[in-house]
Each structure stands twice: as C-alpha cells, then as structure tokens.
Design a protein around this ligand. Structure first.
Ligand SMILES: *Cc1c(COP(=O)(O)O)cnc(C)c1O
Length: 225
C-alpha cells in the first residue's frame, strides 16, 4: 500500500519534464490496484501492462475511462481476452497475430489500434521485425484486407544500457524507419506514433523523436518480480 503520495509526485515530476506532444504510458505491470488508483486519481488515464490476463483483471477492477495498452509479447490464443477493451497493442510482430487481432476485433465490432514492433536493440533477446520486414508486412495484400485493425505506428525497445551513444543509435534507427514509412498509404494504416523510451532512457528517446514513452519503475517504484 502506498500512502505518502509518492506515485502522484513521481507522475507530476515526469509530466512537467516531458513535452506536451509526448504521451506517457504508465506501466503498471505487477503493481496492485491501489497503486494504479493513486495514479488514476492524479489524472493518469493511459496504463500499460505486459500480461493479458493481468490487464483484463485490472480493466474489470478499474474505472472505465482508462486506455489500456498491451506492451508485452502477445500469444495469439490470448488475444480474445483483451479484444473487447484494449486501446493499443504495442508489440505486433507477425501476420498471424494481426489476423487474430482482426478476427477478435470483428467479434466486438471494434477496430483495434496496433503498433508494429521493430527490433532496434543489439541484444538478440528482444522481439520485433526489421524495418524492411515491417514495411513488407504493412504493404502485404493479406494485411491490407484486414478491416478491423489500424496500424498507427511503430514501437521499439533499446538495449538495457547506460551507454548514451548506443541508445541514440538504436532510437534513431526507429525514427529513421518511421520517417521512411511516411509515404505508406493503405486503408488500415496511418503511422503517427513512435513508442520508445522507458524509465532509464526516455529523455534520450524523446530527443530522438519519440512521442510515446512507457514508464514503469520511475512512477510506481522498482518491481519485485
Ligand atoms: C516493463 C516495461 C516497460 C517499463 O519499464 P521501466 O523500466 O520500469 O520503466 C516499458 N516497456 C516495456 C515493453 C516493458 O515491458
């Protein structure tokens, strides 16, 4: 339980330090509802989770004017649990997944917004497509015919490092990909969002062109697991 307004103060500090065009996603994974409610009461309406079941449970428990973002790797067979309410899926990296999101969105007569995850880190543990593969995917006839998805941008995760030069190189990779996708014009894509930057690197990410940051520990404190 958090009783001393730490979360509120953390949020205020971050919001006052970032430009207005940057959307702050409060990454609340593993944190209890009481912590999320403190952020909500401080005005936060965009929350990010990395497990679908946990996000669905929190959706049930929390006020309904929240935008829920899925930021973790998505298993195709679990898309159905978030399809009724998810606002943005950051981590789409395959045709198979896009097809399933489209199929589930149809059931609820919704259009689900998606970001394509691009691999920008040197570490090979991170998910995502190359910029070329992402472009090919967005332009493919199979994707173009999906009527219940909307591809609204790109997402990337940098290497976990304090090396500023390396972070800049990786974030710039995503920005360059984004810029080179600007001429893409399909019925279900309109790329406006660059989701990059977390607690340790969001300032650098913003300086490299990010307009959506995903911040967890700087708001809610360290995670225990
Ligand atoms: C956990 C997570 C974050 C937030 O990480 P912090 O370092 O706590 O800010 C951002 N993006 C993704 C994809 C995550 O899984």
């Amino acid at each position: 339980m958090n009783t001393n307004m730490t979360i509120t103060n953390n949020l205020k500090t971050i919001i006052s330090a970032i430009p207005e065009h940057v959307t702050l996603v409060a990454v609340s994974k593993t944190k209890p509802i009481s912590d999320l409610m403190e952020a909500y009461n401080a005005g936060q309406r965009v929350f990010g989770e990395n497990k679908i079941q946990e996000m669905a449970d929190k959706f049930e428990a929390m006020p309904k004017d929240i935008q829920w973002h899925m930021i973790g790797h998505v298993q195709t067979n679990k898309v159905k649990y978030m399809a009724p309410f998810v606002s943005l899926i950051h981590s789409v990296d395959s045709l198979k997944l896009l097809k399933e999101i489209d199929k589930q969105a149809k059931k609820y007569e919704r259009t689900i917004n998606c970001l394509i995850q691009i691999k920008i880190a040197e570490e090979d543990s991170k998910f995502g497509l190359s910029a070329n593969d992402a472009k090919t995917l967005i332009l493919s006839p199979e994707v173009r015919q999906l009527s219940n998805i909307n591809i609204v941008g790109l997402m990337g995760m940098a290497t976990f490092t304090e090396d500023e030069a390396q972070l800049k190189t990786e974030f710039s990779k995503l920005k360059n990909a984004f810029d080179s996708f600007k001429d893409i014009d399909t019925n279900n894509s309109d790329l406006k969002i660059i989701s990059m930057g977390m607690s340790g690197d969001y300032t650098i990410a913003i300086s490299c062109g990010s307009n959506m940051i995903r911040v967890g520990s700087n708001i809610f404190g360290e995670r225990n697991y």
